[in-house]
Structures are given as C-alpha cells and as structure tokens.
Design a protein around this ligand. Structure first.
Ligand code: RIB
Length: 297
C-alpha cells in the first residue's frame, strides 16, 4: 500500500446548478444550491485513500462552521489529520457554478489555506516517511517549495498538480518528479514541464497521456454519463499517486477510470470512487491494474 502525504488546500464548495453559466453582467436563475466539501488537496487525498493508499493530510481550516465539516470529511475517509491546523477566521471556500452539461466555473477564496505558511517538525516527518508527496497550488507557493525540497532530500517522490497555474521558482520545479496538468496548463507551463521526468496531461473526456522515461502513451477516455466534472482532475491525480508504484501504464489506467467515474455523481468528494468501483470498470475493460485489487477495496 502506497503511503502518501498531501500538503494542500481544503475548501467548502458552494455549488449552484444552472442550465447554463452566466455571461459577464448577466443574472440568471439557478436550479439548486448545496455546500459540499472540496478543495484540490482534500479531493486528491480522499481519492488516493479510496483508491487504496494510506494518506496523511497537511492543511488548514478556519474556526467557522465549515471548518468542523471539513475536519469531519477527512475523518470519515480515514485520512490522517495530525497535520490539520485550525486558524482563527474563515475556512477556504470555492464558489462553483455547474451547468447542464456538467461543466463548471470556479472561484476559490483561500481563507485558512492562505495561512498554511509553516511546516512543523511533525509535518516534515510525515513527508519524509511518505512514498509520494502530493501538492497543488491553492496554498502559498513557499509552503509547496519547502515541502517539495524536504521530500526530495528524504527520497520521497514529488507529484505536483500545478493548479491553479501560477509562477513557481525554477528551483521548485527542479524538485518535481511527476506533474499532472490539464491541456491549458500544459500549454502555459511548456518550458517548466520540459525538466520534469514524468508528465501526465489530462484531456477531459478524451483520456490522458503520459510522457517520460517509460515512453509516450495515451489512455483513451472511459465513456460515462457526465453529471458534474468538479474534482475529476483531482480524482485522477489521487488515484495516480495511489498506484504509481505499479508503473505509469497501470497508474494511468487507474487514474483515467477513477477520474471518469468521479464525473458520474454530483459534488467533488462525494463522487470519488472506491478501489472496488474502479476495479470493476478496469476488469470489464480488460485494463492493466486488474490484478492489483487492494484487499480492503
Ligand atoms: O478541483 C476542484 C476543486 O477546486 C473544488 O473542490 C474547489 O474547492 C476548488 O479547489
């Protein structure tokens, strides 16, 4: 079982559903509103855990009512939360609009995530003991840099999902072993990604591709009935990390399948599939990874 440390964000997603997303300056009527746990860090942690990994989460919540719900969602998913601190003030939130096709628009307000500026000795020990450090860019870049440097110097692989894309020092990129980007980020970060050993590019419903020492290959999209794409990329990344030790081809099959299944239900964390659900689809499709079913899946 892979051991994964996530240093990242945790948000309450405030999700409105509408027939279509509004144009600038336009007011339209929505059809529903729900608040559901999310945040790229938490989504990826839960996805890795449900795909079979042992996961520790290092992040921050606020003292508001959302903070309690966010702490609970980590506990419900058996994610280690020794590194979760509570910061006076608001938790991170994401204002999300999902349209009839399942496509979304998201605005994130960092809240407590922005205060994750120091890694404690306990956090550093968790990172050093993990097989993979998983980071995104919804927390301060300096914290990502410190975590990645510590991981690199302790033999922990660094998997970065540079989303939302923003400038990172070259010295941080040099610590990254594996990057997961969507097509927009791939174009934006072309030169930075050139120095990363393993690059995985997600292509929405068309699947994802791998470029690295194992060659160049593509995994086709897994056909599903899409309800909500929120968190699909996070689910891809978490499942990839959980199965990376089985090689990029098998990990990519797990990631593509998990990411597709995550779009078939509403909400970022609620829709993340379990190892058993992913395995069923892998088996039906005769995919690599079919034999690596965790006993607790
Ligand atoms: O990737 C989806 C996530 O982005 C949402 O859960 C939201 O919180 C934002 O962080």
């Amino acid at each position: 079982m892979a051991r994964i440390a996530v240093v990242g964000s945790i948000n309450m997603d405030l999700v409105t559903r509408t027939p279509r997303r509004p144009r600038p300056g336009e007011t339209i009527l929505g059809t529903s509103f729900e608040s559901v746990p999310g945040g790229k860090g938490a989504n990826q942690a839960i996805a890795a855990g449900r795909a079979g990994a042992r996961v520790d989460f290092i992040g921050a919540i606020g003292t508001d009512v959302f903070g309690t719900a966010l702490r609970n969602v980590l506990a419900d998913n058996e994610i280690g939360a020794e590194g979760l601190r509570t910061i006076e003030g608001s938790s991170g939130i994401a204002a999300i609009v999902v349209d009839e096709s399942g496509e979304n628009s998201i605005i994130v307000v960092g809240g407590a995530n922005a205060a994750l500026t120091d890694l404690t000795a306990a956090d550093l020990a968790i990172i050093a003991e993990a097989d993979i450090l998983l980071c995104q860019l919804e927390i301060p870049v300096d914290t990502v840099t410190a975590a990645a440097r510590h991981a690199r110097s302790n033999g922990t692989l660094v998997l970065l999902n540079p989303s939302p894309a923003r400038p990172l020092p070259a010295s941080t990129w040099s610590t990254v072993d594996i990057a997961v980007v969507n097509e927009g980020e791939a174009a934006q970060l072309d030169s930075e990604l050139g120095g990363v050993a393993h690059v995985l590019t997600t292509r929405g419903g068309s699947g994802a591709s791998y470029r690295g020492p194992e060659g160049d290959f593509h995994h086709p999209g897994v056909p599903v009935a899409v309800v909500d794409t929120t968190g699909a990329g996070d689910t891809f990344t978490g499942a990839l990390a959980a199965h990376w030790h089985e090689g990029p081809e098998t990990a990519l099959a797990w990631a593509c399948t998990a990411g597709a299944l995550a779009t078939t239900a509403f909400g970022a964390t609620a829709a993340i599939p379990t190892a058993a659900e992913i395995t069923r689809v892998l088996r039906d499709r005769g995919e690599p990874g079919t034999t690596s079913v965790p006993a607790n899946g």
